[in-house]
Design a protein around this ligand. Structure first.
Ligand SMILES: NC(=O)C1=CN([C@@H]2O[C@H](COP(=O)(O)OP(=O)(O)OC[C@H]3O[C@@H](n4cnc5c(N)ncnc54)[C@H](OP(=O)(O)O)[C@@H]3O)[C@@H](O)[C@H]2O)C=CC1
Ligand SMILES: O=C(CO)COP(=O)(O)O
Length: 332
C-alpha cells in the first residue's frame, strides 16, 4: 500500500472545501488552514464548514483543522494554495522560504497576484524559493458545488516536471474525479486567468439581455483571443481544445455556479462594482485579473477586444451598454 501523503490545504472557501472532500477519499493526512477561528471551531465541533459548501462532511479522522499558518505548513510535504490570488499573500503572512523548504506547492488558484501582475506559481517560486520542479497547478472545468454533489469531474495537473504532475494527479484521482498530467503549467495558468475575464463578459452581456446566439459568438471569439494572448506570452505547442483550456472556459461561461459570470450578470443588470461584490459572498477572480491582463498587455499589444470591454466597464466606468455596442462591431 502507498504511504499516506501529508497535505496542507490553505484556504477556507468553496474550492478549498471541495479539495478537502476530494483528498479525504484517499489515504491522506490532511491539514486544513482557515483564517476564520470561528469557522475552524465550527468544523472541529460539527464536521462541516458553516460558510461554504456546508453539506460536505469533514472527517475528523482524516482532516486536522488549524488557524496557525506555520503550524499548518510544517506538518505536510505538499502545500495546496486555495485562496483567491488577491489574498494569498495575506494568508501566507510571516511565512519564509525556510518554512517551505523541501515541500511542494500546488496552486489551485485561478488568478494573478494583483499588485505584481504575477502568476501565482512564479510568485511562489520567487518569494519562497520553491523549485519549479516541485510546483504544480490544478486546472480544468470543475465547480466546487458539483464536487460537493459528487458529480463526475475531470482535473488536469500541470507542472514543468511531468513526474511531479503525475504524482499530484494521483493524489486527486478518485471515485468521482478523474485526473491527468500536463507539462504546460504557464499555458493553463494564463488560460484559467483569462477564462474568468471572459465569464465576466458573458455575465455582463447576459445581464443586458443578449441571448444564446450572441453568447456562442462571444465564446468563440474569446477562444481566439485567449489563443492570441497565451501564444504570445508563452509560446509552446499546445492543444487549446483540451478540457484544461476550452473545457474550463465553457464551464465558467455557461454554468449558473460560475462566480465570475454571476458577478458580470449583476454588472450588466446595473449594479455598481461595490454593490455586486457585496451581493456575492464569494470572490470573482476576473475582477482583479482583468486589470492585471490589461496592464501586462500594454507590453505585448495583443488584440483583445473582450478583455478591453470588461476592463473599461469595471475600471473606467464605461456603461455596459456602450462597451458591448463597441464590442459587437468587432465580433465575427
Ligand atoms: N469555487 C470553485 O469552484 C473554484 C475556484 N477556483 C479558484 O480557487 C480560488 C479560491 O476560490 P473560492 O474558494 O471559490 O473562493 P471563495 O469566494 O469561495 O472563498 C474566498 C476565500 O478567501 C478568503 N479570504 C477572503 N479575504 C481574505 C483575506 N483578506 N485574507 C485571507 N483570506 C481571505 C475567505 O475567507 P473567509 O471565509 O474567512 O472570508 C475564503 O476562504 C480562486 O482562485 C478560484 O478562482 C478554482 C476552481 C474551482
Ligand atoms: O474555475 C472555476 C471552475 O473551473 C470556478 O470559477 P467560476 O466560479 O467563476 O466559474
Amino acid at each position: 500500500m502507498n504511504q499516506a501523503a501529508r497535505i496542507t490545504v490553505v484556504g477556507g472557501g468553496s474550492w478549498a472545501t471541495a479539495i478537502i472532500k476530494i483528498l479525504s477519499e484517499g489515504n491522506n493526512h490532511i491539514r486544513w488552514w482557515l483564517r476564520s477561528q470561528q469557522d475552524a471551531d465550527h468544523i472541529k465541533k460539527f464536521h462541516h464548514n458553516p460558510s461554504y459548501l456546508s453539506d460536505v462532511q469533514i472527517s475528523p479522522r482524516k482532516v486536522r483543522v488549524c488557524t496557525k499558518i506555520k503550524e499548518a505548513l510544517s506538518a505536510s510535504d505538499h502545500i495546496i494554495l486555495a485562496v483567491p490570488a488577491a489574498f494569498v499573500s495575506d494568508a501566507l503572512q510571516g511565512v519564509k522560504p525556510a518554512h517551505l523548504a523541501g515541500k511542494s506547492v500546488i496552486s489551485a488558484i485561478k488568478g494573478m497576484i494583483p499588485e505584481k501582475n504575477q502568476l501565482v506559481t512564479d510568485w511562489a517560486e520567487q518569494n519562497f524559493e520553491v523549485p519549479a520542479s516541485r510546483i504544480a497547478v490544478i486546472a480544468g472545468p470543475c465547480h466546487a458545488e458539483e464536487v460537493a454533489l459528487e458529480k463526475q469531474s475531470y482535473l488536469t495537473m500541470a507542472s514543468q516536471n511531468m513526474a511531479f504532475a503525475s504524482e499530484v494527479a494521483q493524489l486527486f484521482n478518485g471515485r468521482f474525479v478523474q485526473t491527468s498530467p500536463l507539462d504546460d503549467i504557464y499555458g493553463v495558468e494564463y488560460c484559467a486567468v483569462m477564462k474568468n475575464i471572459i465569464a465576466l463578459a458573458c455575465g455582463i452581456t447576459h445581464g443586458l439581455g443578449y441571448g444564446d446566439n450572441f453568447q456562442a459568438v462571444l465564446v468563440s471569439n474569446a477562444m481566439q483571443e485567449i489563443r492570441r494572448f497565451v501564444d504570445t506570452v508563452y509560446p509552446m505547442q499546445r492543444d487549446l481544445s483540451a478540457s484544461a483550456y476550452l473545457g474550463d472556459l465553457l464551464v465558467t461561461a455557461y454554468s449558473p455556479f460560475s462566480r465570475n459570470r454571476t458577478f458580470g450578470h449583476l454588472i450588466g443588470r446595473g449594479y455598481s462594482v461595490q454593490s455586486a461584490q457585496m451581493e456575492m459572498n464569494m470572490i470573482a477572480e476576473g475582477y482583479y485579473a482583468v486589470k492585471s491582463i490589461h496592464e501586462i498587455n500594454q507590453h505585448y499589444g495583443v488584440s483583445m477586444p473582450i478583455v478591453e470591454m470588461v476592463y473599461t466597464v469595471l475600471y473606467e466606468k464605461t456603461s455596459p451598454v456602450s462597451a458591448t455596442n463597441a464590442l459587437k462591431a468587432v465580433l465575427k
